[in-house]
Write a protein that binds this ligand. Structure first.
Ligand code: GLC
Ligand code: CA
Length: 543
């Protein structure tokens, strides 16, 4: 096996709670995933990234783990998981697991020990202070919670039920490496590492800057890219990762394109690739994500192009527009039509890097309309509503619902749309989060029967990536960088060339370019003519 097999792979992210419910309790599960492996095989993907399926109180849908080596009963059993791994491998599909080790649930046995007394051996697994700083948690409120049993505050970057681990304590690191080996020895094919750029804290922890419109101080300078993050990743690589033929992806908030190289330069022996937040934060403002601002295409191109050039020689990029934390890309960057979904897909999948498809993206699934905060399930949105509307009166109810309808994470988490049956064929029971009513027109059953569907377009994109080495290895060169609506670039490899021209708008675009020796490799419309693109038309030319 080629050591760098992940360079030619396409990854499909499954959010297990929303994918497929096999026992009709309204919650997706492992048997449900197994039942759809043939569907994924038909799509053509190489790897599944499974969002967490571990034992958890589920306040952040499993990103709050109480036992790293047990499966949450809602999802099934360890035997079900082993079966999933076997069934996937039989179809040549690899499985990458989520690794959430910046924090554990406060219901993890380590934390339960840690709060017994300050001299308990597990106390040092977490981060304690006698007095809190002004840090705000990324899920609203203070990042410190008082624990009366030890008369100290513990740090939590996310909710108070997600206590940050103390990576500076070597026994903790060894426990995590042991747990990782245990999973790898089961035969899994890699890890997607949750907020891994946050594991090393920068001491001393003092008050953070209070930005405009904020009550709390900014925690991020104290947690992101901390002084030991690379030492720990190299240690993890040496002790664990390097012994297995796997794929590693770090989720890296607050890491820019320059700093990224330190994580993914192969000579440094850390990770294969990271997820950047740069291109999905362009529509943030002083209230963070809570607004209805649209990303300008020029900014988006600038950001993606910068990442392409920064990691062009050493390192490797991830390519994504959607995941379980982001609104649906067809709504955010497109106009919710199938044509626009294909346009975004074509633009992304011809870039250099490993593409990630988020469940339902291959159908062009869209955002939903939440009428009230009571319809949302996500802790981030619920806490933000309470803080920004009820407590601080920064937004009216109407304004905040508009923000939620633009940006909430729940848009990505509505049940997968399988067919026209009630609850979209996801379940026979009312699911944990409501189904998008557009399942009647957007679902796999319809799309599998339609050669022109978004699904079949993704299938073609994946096949082309597998067949053309230029997509993996070719140089990337941006074109028309200042054009407000046209996303364009060239890939070059040996004597071959691909030119991508994609109209990310509803306007008509005329552009000037000599394409006389090129043929169409793939397009999202049958009416493409040279030097002209109608709304959301996109084409890959090849020579
Ligand atoms: C990551 C996950 C997100 C989670 C957070 C805390 O950003 O993708 O879903 O809420 O980390 O674990
Ligand atoms: Ca179920």
């Amino acid at each position: 096996m080629n050591k760098e097999w992940w360079k030619k792979s396409v990854v499909y992210q499954i959010y297990p709670k929303s994918f497929k419910d096999s026992n009709n309790d309204g919650i997706g599960d492992i048997q449900g995933i197994i039942s759809q492996l043939d569907y994924l095989k038909e799509l053509g993907i190489d790897v599944i990234w499974l969002s967490p399926i571990y034992q958890s109180p589920m306040i952040d849908n499993g990103y709050d783990i109480s036992d790293y080596q047990a499966i949450h009963p809602d999802y099934g059993t360890m035997a079900d998981f082993e079966n999933l791994l076997k069934e996937a491998h039989q179809r040549s599909i690899k499985i990458v697991m989520d690794l959430v080790v910046n924090h554990t649930s406060d219901e993890h046995k380590w934390f339960k020990e840690a709060v017994k007394s300050a001299d308990n051996p597990y106390h040092n697994y977490y981060i304690w202070r006698d007095k809190p700083t002004n840090f705000g948690s990324l899920f609203s409120g203070s990042a410190w919670t008082y624990q009366s049993s030890v008369k100290q505050y513990y740090l939590h970057t996310f909710s108070s039920k997600q206590a940050d681990l103390n990576w500076d304590y070597q026994p903790l690191r060894e426990e995590i490496y042991k747990m990782m080996r245990w999973w790898l020895d089961k035969g899994i094919d890699g890890f997607r590492m949750d907020v891994i750029s946050l594991i090393s804290k920068k001491y001393p922890l003092t008050d953070g800057i209070v930005h405009e419109n904020n009550v709390f101080g900014d925690i991020t300078p104290f947690i992101a890219n901390g002084p030991n993050v690379h030492r720990y990743l190299q240690e993890m690589n040496e002790k664990v990762l390097s012994h297995y033929p796997i794929m590693t992806i770090g989720e890296c908030p607050c890491v820019n394109a320059q700093q990224a190289l330190d994580y993914v330069d192969s000579n440094r022996h850390e990770l294969n690739m990271i997820f950047t937040f740069d291109h999905v934060s362009l529509d943030n403002d002083c209230n963070g994500k809570w607004n209805t601002k649209k990303t300008s295409l020029i900014d988006l191109k600038k950001t993606l192009n910068k990442w392409q050039s920064s990691l062009s020689n050493q390192g490797w990029n991830t390519l994504y527009l959607s995941n379980h934390d982001q609104p649906r890309s067809a709504s955010r960057f497109g106009n919710e039509t199938a044509l626009s979904a294909k346009c975004l897909a074509l633009t992304l999948h011809f870039m250099k890097g490993t593409p990630f498809i988020y469940q339902g993206e291959e159908l062009g699934m869209t955002n939903i309309c939440f009428n009230d905060i009571s319809e949302c399930q996500d802790i981030e949105a619920i806490n933000a509503y309470r803080e920004l509307v009820t407590e601080e009166h920064l937004f009216s109810h109407e304004e905040m619902m508009k923000n939620i309808n633009a940006k909430a994470r729940d848009h990505a988490r509505t049940p997968m749309q399988w067919n026209n049956d009630q609850y979209s064929g996801f379940s026979h029971t009312f699911p944990w989060l409501k189904v998008n009513p557009n399942y009647q027109s957007i679902n796999t059953k319809i799309q599998l029967n339609d050669q022109e569907s978004v699904f079949h377009f993704y299938q073609k994109l994946i096949k082309i990536r597998h067949d053309y080495q230029i997509i993996t290895d070719g140089d990337y060169c941006p074109l028309f960088e200042d054009h407000p609506d046209l996303f364009a670039y060239r890939r070059c490899y040996q004597n071959a060339e691909i030119i991508i021209l994609a109209n990310w708008s509803e306007k008509v675009i005329d552009y000037d370019m000599d394409l006389s020796n090129y043929r169409i490799l793939l397009a999202n419309s049958n009416s493409i003519i040279k030097n002209h693109l109608n709304a959301y038309e996109a084409v890959a030319y090849y020579k």
